[in-house]
Design a protein around this ligand. Structure first.
Ligand SMILES: Nc1ncnc2c1ncn2[C@@H]1O[C@H](COP(=O)(O)OP(=O)(O)OP(=O)(O)O)[C@@H](O)[C@H]1O
Ligand SMILES: [Mg+2]
Length: 360
């Protein structure tokens, strides 16, 4: 657990952080957000004592951070810095090994840890260990930066815009990957960003700062439904209803899908279609192939093969891990009021309806 009590940081002529009080519970994902210069990085650096607070108290697990020995703090707290900050003259493996090296781990243990972490972030150890930072793409370098912060398995992770400076697609896939990894690791995380969508996607609690002060500290749901003041309202933007959908996984909203199989008896399919406005169509294995619209029954006689609307699954379907916002986007693009839900092998596992989104 991290606690800040009345923490202030002054520089000559500037108060970077002003009387800041908040806590982050064990295993909690806290996102610090606010305009440039509002004191986010300063706050993060005070937590691991890269910067001394001018006044106030910072506690980790109930103990004042000034009472820890430096190597204890280093072991407890991992830090991924703004702009990656890999050492250019060191290989990927050497970069990741920095803190374990300082903690005097045995070489074999360090090697094993480097391999584990590269695997965790989807980078093949044999291919990446020996590379230098200049040989990495931006997304790869950011993965290595986060892997390095996790190297000594700290219970706390401080991350300063770790996915900044990435294109939106790479950024989103890294966010998803990191969310998945965090579900297993359950670290206590303070994560800085100035991207509100990133905050909403990742955070259990969002701390909004302005000019060194705390403006609102609450769950993304509460911030979106009841923004504390005009500044927060402007900060989260006019599409806050859509942003809320980005917090809802399809998993919790989907229902079972009515479907028929390509090889089903046409008479049976026709009867079933008469009772429903549409049916999903799968192959014998249950993989989604398309749908049938009840309107085809107006043009008798019914012929299954001619009536199926075959689809490219990726264009129409979402996965159980997708967000309600992605599902809505697919429906709008396809002009439908329902989206099929498939697993990663295209097996139809359910559907999500526009009406369910509106209720949510
Ligand atoms: N070493 C320093 N000396 C003087 N002023 C500083 C110093 N470091 C930071 N500041 C000032 O403190 C304020 C907060 O800076 P900080 O780096 O914490 O902002 P930030 O919220 O992380 O911004 P950004 O989103 O741009 O990274 C700024 O006004 C900055 O100019
Ligand atoms: Mg900063």
């Amino acid at each position: 657990m991290i606690e800040l009590v009345n923490v202030t940081k002054e520089y000559p002529g500037t108060v970077a952080v002003k009387d800041l009080t908040f806590e982050v519970g064990d295993g909690e994902f806290c996102v610090l957000i606010g305009p440039s210069g509002c004191g986010k990085s300063t706050t993060l650096r005070m937590i691991n004592r890269l910067i001394e607070a001018t006044s106030g108290t910072l506690l980790i697990d109930g103990t004042d951070i000034r009472d820890y020995r430096p190597e204890e703090l280093r072991r407890k707290i991992g830090y991924a810095i703004q702009s990656v900050g890999l050492f250019p003259h060191m290989t990927v493996a050497q970069n990741i090994s920095v803190v374990p090296g300082l903690l005097k781990w045995e070489t074999s243990r360090i090697d094993k840890r480097v391999g584990e972490l590269l695997d965790l972030f989807g980078l093949d150890p044999s291919a990446y260990k020996g590379k230098y930072p200049r040989e990495l793409s931006g997304g790869e370098a950011q993965r290595v930066g986060v892997a390095r912060a996790l190297a000594a398995d700290p219970s706390i992770l401080l991350m300063d815009e770790p996915f900044g400076a990435l294109d939106p697609i790479t950024r989103e896939s890294l966010q998803n990957e990191f969310s998945r990894i965090q579900r297993g690791l359950k670290k206590t995380i303070v994560f800085v960003t100035h991207d509100i969508d990133e905050a909403i996607r990742l955070a259990a609690r969002i701390l909004i700062m302005r000019e060194g002060e705390l403006v609102q500290y609450d769950t993304p749901e509460n911030i979106l439904t009841s923004p504390g003041d005009k500044f927060v309202l402007e900060f989260i933007g006019t599409d806050r209803a859509l942003k809320r959908l980005a917090r809802l996984p399809v998993q919790g909203l989907m229902r079972s899908a009515l479907s028929v199989v390509l090889s089903d008896d046409p008479g049976k399919v026709e009867k079933s279609l008469a009772e429903n406005s549409y049916l999903w169509v799968t192959d014998n294995e249950g993989r989604l192939k398309g749908w049938l619209d009840r309107k085809v029954l107006d043009k008798a006689p019914f012929n299954m093969e001619d009536s199926i609307v075959r689809i490219r699954v990726a264009d129409f379907a979402v996965s159980p891990d997708s967000t309600a916002k992605e599902a809505l986007s697919k429906m709008v693009l396809a002009g439908t009021s329902s989206a099929p839900v498939v697993d990663n092998t295209d097996l139809l596992v359910g559907e999500i309806r526009l009406a369910d989104l509106l209720e949510a």
